[in-house]
Design a binder for this molecule. Structure first.
Ligand SMILES: [Mg+2]
Length: 409
């Protein structure tokens, strides 16, 4: 049966939520900023008038003000963003159990089993109109037969619009668009594709799959599949995410590790891989476990509970090192180490609110994590090597190590 998938994306989410309680913000350029008092606070979100004036997310206040002197600044209310995010998910769940959040303001909905005779575009319009009247928020909805095109559809026309991409019309709608409109095509992939004259999604779809495989590896094949409308990944509902119990990764080194720096470097690689898989599954965990196997193959395990749920590589790495330094006495060199996250809950769950209180800091980490993800997606897991000091005599090369990854369900 042909699948019916919606991707709902709230427009200017943080700014729109602020405008619910402050209608006066609707008629002026407005930005939600972290740390308004400091000139160096950053723009977290902005309304459409501010966008028109050239204000960009993540720029510092004085930069934004230099382009838009009348910019009105609002402080963020993460509890509200979380509240509406949950309410919106409840609304979507009236239509289907299969709702997969992607960040706070986006969700995929799989309507395949529940759509019956209804027209999918009409259901999308109904959801938009309910979001507008029940929440005073606007969203764009993409409707398609796979997640990738649904996501692209919600981006295609906004604000407050529905775009339906079918098997019949996708070549007309999707193929003329630049490759970078496709989920998971970052700037560097875009540039590499441009070098071989692949500029549009159609170019990508019509080029030789074997060539892309050779040129960009597994990621190239994935993009070819996406461009041809062949993505068959499932909408991962909360049941699926509840069934994942832990995400872990371990590494055995060719030569035993003898310094804290080597351990730290390996844990950073492992933490980044675990964090990446948590993010892809839409999960966060608050229990970290590490395992350490010494040269005599004796295994020790330690664990602790973190103050907040996280999917952040830096946070996981720091906790892993604290655990390691708290017990390992270096009686022997270390053969292998592992890190595992449990206590998993879907990202954006209520217990994450305290995390948002540190959003500015977290925002930066998340950007770094996303950059790491996209590099690894493009060049493979071992592409990124963390070095304490690049070129320093203690710098560690991970290329000779084997990685065992697993997701336990
Ligand atoms: Mg959005």
């Amino acid at each position: 049966m042909r699948r019916v998938i919606l991707h709902v994306d709230q427009n200017c989410y943080f700014a729109s939520v602020e405008m619910i309680s402050h209608p006066e913000y609707r008629n002026v350029p407005m930005a939600v900023v972290g740390d308004k008092e400091k000139r160096h606070g950053i723009v977290l979100a902005k309304n459409q008038l501010a966008s028109k004036a050239g204000v960009k997310t993540a720029e510092v206040i004085w930069q934004a003000r230099s382009k838009c002197p009348d910019l009105v600044l609002a402080v963020p209310h993460y509890d509200k963003y979380e509240f509406y995010s949950r309410k919106l998910r409840e609304l979507y769940q009236e239509y289907t159990d299969k709702v997969e959040p992607f960040g706070l303001d986006e969700c995929w909905l799989d309507l395949t089993d529940v759509i019956g005779d209804r027209d999918p575009g009409e259901v999308a319009d109904e959801i938009r109109s309910r979001v507008r009247t029940e929440f005073k928020l606007t969203c764009s909805v993409g409707v398609s037969f796979n997640k990738i095109f649904a996501k692209l559809g919600s981006d295609y026309k906004k604000p407050d619009a529905t775009t339906v991409i079918t098997e019949e019309n996708f070549k007309d709608i999707v193929w003329p668009l630049p490759c970078s409109d496709l989920l998971f095509v970052g700037r560097s992939t875009k540039e590499r594709l441009a070098k071989v004259n692949i500029k549009t999604i159609g170019d990508l779809a019509n080029c030789d799959r074997a060539f892309l495989s050779e040129y960009l590896g597994k990621h190239g094949v994935e993009l070819w599949i996406y461009a041809n409308g062949l993505d068959d990944s499932e909408v991962k509902d909360s049941d699926y995410r509840r069934s994942v119990k832990s995400v872990g990764n371990s590494s055995t080194t060719v030569t035993d590790m003898t310094s804290e720096r080597e351990i730290s470097s390996t844990y950073l690689t492992l933490s980044s891989s675990v964090a990446g898989r948590l993010r892809r599954a839409g999960l966060t965990g608050n229990v970290i476990q590490i395992s350490v196997r010494d040269r005599d193959l004796v295994v020790s395990e330690k664990q602790k509970i973190l103050p907040d749920h996280t999917d952040n590589a830096g946070v996981i790495h720091k906790a892993a090192m604290e655990l390691f330094n708290g017990f390992y006495d270096w009686h022997l060199p270390v053969r292998s180490i592992g890190v595992r996250m449990t206590g998993l809950i879907p990202k954006g769950s209520p217990s994450q609110i305290s995390l948002f209180e540190n959003m500015e800091e977290t925002g930066k980490n998340e950007k770094l994590d996303k950059a790491i993800d996209s590099i690894k997606e493009r060049y493979g897991k071992k592409s990124l090597v963390f070095l304490g000091e690049i070129g320093g005599e203690d710098s560690v090369d991970i290329s000779g190590r084997s990685f065992d990854t697993e997701i336990k369900r």
